[in-house]
Design a protein around this ligand. Structure first.
Ligand code: SF4
Length: 64
């Protein structure tokens, strides 16, 4: 299982991250920062990265 923390960390590190405007429907909220996470990325689909970057980024993170 991946944790929210991992999704967040991967999102911040991932070269393929693209913020998905419609992901949470929270655009009207006054949040100071958009939460960068795989969950708000356009490539995140049904709990998976649809361009296969997730595992790669996670592995790279582990090696630091
Ligand atoms: S969903 Fe894929 S492309 Fe998007 S941030 Fe996560 S690993 Fe990167």
């Amino acid at each position: 299982m991946v944790s929210k923390m991992q999704l967040h960390t991967v999102g911040e590190t991932c070269p393929g991250y693209v913020y998905n405007e419609g992901s949470f429907g929270v655009n009207s909220m006054e949040t100071e920062e958009k939460l960068v996470s795989c969950e708000t990325c356009i490539h995140w689909e049904k709990g998976k990265c649809n361009i296969g970057l997730f595992d790669k980024v996670l592995t790279d993170l582990d090696q630091t």
